[in-house]
Design a protein around this ligand. Structure first.
Ligand SMILES: Cc1cc2nc3c(=O)[nH]c(=O)nc-3n(C[C@H](O)[C@H](O)[C@H](O)COP(=O)(O)OP(=O)(O)OC[C@H]3O[C@@H](n4cnc5c(N)ncnc54)[C@H](O)[C@@H]3O)c2cc1C
Length: 548
């Protein structure tokens, strides 16, 4: 099967490189996919826009960027040697450390020789006659591959807001999702930051330490739990390393693939005092497992409100000026229905004299001019502007590529009213095209590295099976896809997730159809369905020979 060095001529005179598997993206998904493809004896090429590996952790270099799943868990589990030899220095690793880890993995598994960096995939078109994907890049290179794996990431297409006059601003404009590698010197400057989601909540306390004055333009206040980040405790690390296999397995049995202590009673089945003690205990422990206190927090509005109210009180206590505290208190969505944040001194930052909260729901941004931002009737003179405005999540990076399937069908056209997949892994009409953590899979609702590992392993095993049975293609059937999308929709409707205007629904991107994209049924349920599908000879997929 090894034939990726074969260069063939093509109509336009450019060389076309052939390989078995073409992988788009060199984040944690693409790196692991390359590793497993090689293990199958396949030739594989990874194409990556960035100049290095790491994906999210390559791009999001803003001050304060770190994971909010504990590092002992937010890491690959596929290699016992790797997880034993790597040392995380903090409970929640910072971006530079996670990037160093990604580079270490790339060296350890000798991945770099098959990655084409600084190259963006522009188009991927299925060639029906030969059941091959022809993939074109912005460097003029082309690849012909039997299988194409989109490891393009759920949060990799940075979303810039459409604000009148943004392009006229004469100071620096920095998106947290595309932060300059050389860093940004903001000390002594008047800085504006737009956005108070996960990235905003991480960057704001750090910017406040540097800026002369920081103006935080907030449309939607968010719930956040103190991370209580700290240096890694040696005993804690050792206890993980001694029991890694067992703990990873246990984590995989939990809804988000994160080992947490789950409450088993309804929040409403205990007294108010017991509930308060439990929330206090979790608040003191820190981290997003706060939401694991009771199993009905994302199913029952009344139960949810007990947790929401607890956090609202904490915000009011943390922020000294009630006039500042009140707009920081989230009241328009259930806690956890938007991605819950973990912070270090976020709310306390608003007690600083050099920080001003600008409530742009009450006083919308009118425009941006060369010197600053006008919100309501006030003008804020700024030297730099930080956009913590998130991502065109889950489908953004895919939709930026012109993906053309059978009979000239464009993926963007098929997904015009919302993404359609079977298990998030494949979409009807696009044979041999796999998606890692695609829409319709649990993806962003989990420890994403676990979701990635499970998806990538499934894809690798599927490819191995196809080789075994000498198949030319695999394609999700229309009926399996329809049934799955219905299941994804119904599962979400049984929860409070759909009550928030979140990026899970795509509503942060103008014109994007409001469809709840992740599967909320939990990782173990999802993985069992994927395994059953495979064990039943890839039920719901048609596997065939090349059409004549
Ligand atoms: C600030 C931040 C913090 C996060 N924290 C956590 C956390 O604590 N826990 C958690 O579970 N998850 C977290 N995530 C989610 C994170 O994205 C995933 O955990 C994981 O890193 C995703 O890996 P990936 O390989 O799927 O995608 P990515 O890391 O996004 O990698 C995708 C790669 O594909 C490349 N690419 C995309 N399109 C193209 C193209 N057309 N051509 C070539 N290359 C392309 C991109 O450049 C990118 O390098 C966080 C995300 C962000 C943004």
């Amino acid at each position: 099967m090894q034939h990726n060095d074969v260069l063939e001529g093509c109509a336009g005179g450019e060389a076309v490189e052939s390989c078995d598997v073409l992988i788009v993206g060199a984040g944690f998904a693409g790196m692991y996919m390359l590793h497993l493809a090689r293990r199958l004896g396949l030739s594989a090429v990874v194409v990556e826009t960035a100049s290095g590996v790491g994906g999210t952790w390559f791009w999001n270099r803003y001050p304060g960027a770190r994971c909010d799943v504990e590092s002992m868990q937010y890491s690959y589990s596929f290699s016992e040697e790797l997880q034993q030899e790597w040392h995380w220095s903090e409970r929640y690793a910072s971006q530079p450390e996670i990037l160093a880890y990604a580079n270490y993995v790339a060296m350890k598994f000798d991945l770099l020789r098959d990655v084409k960096f600084n190259t963006r995939v522009m188009r991927a078109a299925f060639q029906e006659e030969e059941s091959r994907w022809l993939v074109s890049t912005d460097q003029g290179t082309q690849y012909r591959a039997k299988w194409c794996v989109m490891a393009t990431g759920c949060l990799s297409a940075a979303q810039t807001p459409n604000i009148l006059g943004l392009e006229t601003f004469k100071g620096g404009i920095y998106h947290t999702g595309n932060w300059p590698h050389e860093g940004v010197a903001l000390s002594g400057q008047n800085v504006g930051v737009i956005g108070t989601g996960s990235s905003g909540i991480q960057v704001i306390p750090e910017l406040a330490k540097q800026a002369n004055h920081l103006y935080v333009f907030q449309r939607t206040p968010n719930f956040s739990i103190p991370a209580r980040n700290r240096p890694m405790d040696a005993d804690y690390e050792n206890s993980w390393k001694k029991n890694y296999a067992e703990r990873r397995a246990l984590a995989r049995s939990m809804p988000a693939g994160i080992l947490s202590q789950f409450g088993d009673k309804s929040a409403l089945a205990v007294s108010a005092e017991e509930r308060r003690q439990e929330y206090e205990r979790r608040w003191a422990a820190g981290g997003t497992s706060f939401m694991a206190a009771y199993p009905d927090l994302l199913r029952n509005a009344e139960a949810n409100d007990t947790a929401a109210e607890f956090v609202r009180e904490k915000i009011r206590q943390a922020v000294q000026d009630p006039m500042v505290a009140e707009p920081l208190v989230p009241v328009d969505h259930p806690i956890g229905a938007k991605r819950i944040c973990a912070d270090t001194n976020y709310f306390e930052t608003f007690n600083r004299e050099n920080v001003t909260l600008v409530d742009i729901r009450a006083n919308p941004i009118r425009d941006i001019s060369p010197g600053g931002v006008t919100a309501g009737s006030d003008f804020y003179e700024l030297d730099s502007l930080v956009l913590a405005t998130g991502f065109d999540a889950i489908t953004g990076a895919l939709n930026k590529i012109e993906i053309v399937g059978r009979q000239g069908l464009a993926l963007t056209e098929k997904w015009r009213d919302g993404p359609k997949t079977f298990l998030g892994l494949m979409s009807t009409g696009f044979p041999n095209l796999f998606i890692v953590t695609g829409p319709g899979s649990p993806s962003v609702l989990t420890n994403v590295i676990v979701a990635i590992e499970d998806n990538v392993k499934w894809i690798a095993e599927c490819i191995a099976y196809l080789i075994d049975v000498d198949a030319e293609y695999i394609e999700a059937t229309a009926s399996a896809e329809e049934t799955w999308m219905e299941q994804v929709r119904k599962t979400a409707e049984g929860t409070l997730y759909i009550q928030a205007k979140s990026w899970y629904l795509g509503v942060n991107v103008p014109g994007k159809p409001a469809v709840f994209m992740p599967y909320v049924g939990g990782l173990p349920t999802y993985q069992k369905i994927c395994d059953d599908v495979a064990n039943e000879g890839y039920r719901g997929f048609s596997i065939g020979k090349r059409p004549n």
